[in-house]
Design a protein around this ligand. Structure first.
Ligand SMILES: [Fe+2]
Length: 331
């Protein structure tokens, strides 16, 4: 049950303005893909067979690895600075710590995050075929350090999507603080230490965790990244001690293998309020169900067994039913 990428929408959500005068993405010039320095498996984190069996990749995290060439770094930095400035103008001069909808605003970032070269590279690391996320809003977030130095760049959390990488776009050598860290343990263990439930780990926790279970990623330079199954890896970016430019990109991915449960936290995402995100969720559910319906057409035995038929149809349309239930609850 493997899928092709969900096509990009034909229209753009209201409220976003596309950048003009940006570089044109060229993989041969802008990418410099190199193998990750380290790979941590789900078993290394202490996950058991049930969790490992439920996801098509046994990798929890991998990195750091080089992703952008020097020219790619310069282009990404220029686009991210222009987008931050545009967002500042939208918000009436207030600074913002992230830019949503970046693939609608920047053709360069859309082409970068939809690059087949990167998807193939990450698929080799993950050991399963990965595709750019089926929701364009999840194909990349750009995060900037908050101007308030007392605040963490990002508190401990797990992601609402299955797979992503964190790309250090600015120069990490200029940072005092602003470390990227992950907890090398299970979500149950993290929830226990933080005094919460696993289902709450998306929310962000400012507490410290035992140093011996925390891995700090030392990015060797701008353009290096860490890949993770973000829904199973608790991570954070610590506060800066001095004002500095800290820009990270977080491009999201889905697995082409649609036989397992969807790690996308659909119910949570319905509350985010970004322009067009409910239609994106509908396209995501339709894409998943489409893959499952095609598989049903190929594989359903030609036999008159109502129980098997109902179970097969229910399984194929479960993603759509789940979204309908969630949206009906909101209205
Ligand atoms: Fe995250």
């Amino acid at each position: 049950m493997t899928a092709l990428p969900n096509p990009f929408p034909n229209s753009m959500p209201k409220g976003y303005q596309a950048l003009v005068d940006e570089p044109v993405f060229e993989p041969a010039r802008h990418l410099a893909l190199e193998a990750p320095a380290h790979i941590w498996t789900l078993a290394d984190f202490g996950y058991g067979g049930d969790v490992i069996a439920a996801t098509p990749s046994r990798v929890a995290a991998a990195g750091p690895f080089r992703l952008l060439s020097d020219e790619g770094v310069a282009a990404v930095q220029a686009v991210c600075r222009a987008l931050r400035e545009a967002r500042r103008m939208e918000e009436g001069q207030r600074t913002s710590s992230y830019v949503p909808g970046a693939v609608y605003r920047s053709r360069f970032l859309r082409d970068l995050t939809n690059s087949p070269e990167i998807a193939i590279f990450l698929s080799e690391i993950a050991g399963t075929r990965l595709l750019p996320h089926s929701m364009p809003s999840q194909q990349v977030y750009i995060n900037y350090a908050p101007d308030d130095l007392s605040k963490a760049v990002d508190n401990w959390h797990v992601d609402s999507i299955g797979f992503d990488y964190v790309l250090m776009a600015s120069d990490p050598a200029t940072l005092n603080g602003g470390r990227f860290e992950f907890f090398r343990g299970t979500m149950e263990h993290a929830a226990d230490l933080l005094g919460t439930q696993v289902s709450e780990l998306t929310e962000g926790f400012a507490d410290d965790l035992p140093a011996e279970l925390v891995e700090t990623i030392h990015f060797p330079g701008p353009g290096y990244a860490l890949f993770q199954q973000g829904h199973l890896v608790l991570h954070r970016a610590t506060r800066l001690f001095e004002v500095a430019e800290r820009i990270t990109l977080v491009p999201g991915y889905v697995t082409a293998d649609q036989s397992g449960d969807d790690p996308t936290k659909v119910e949570r995402i319905t509350t985010w309020g970004e322009p067009g995100i409910l239609a994106e969720l509908a396209r995501h559910a339709a894409w998943q169900s489409g893959v499952k319906l095609e598989s049903l057409i190929e594989q359903l035995p030609i036999a008159d067994d109502p129980e098997v038929i109902v179970a097969s149809l229910r399984n194929a349309t479960a993603d759509i039913d789940r979204l309908i239930a969630s949206l009906e609850e909101k209205t």
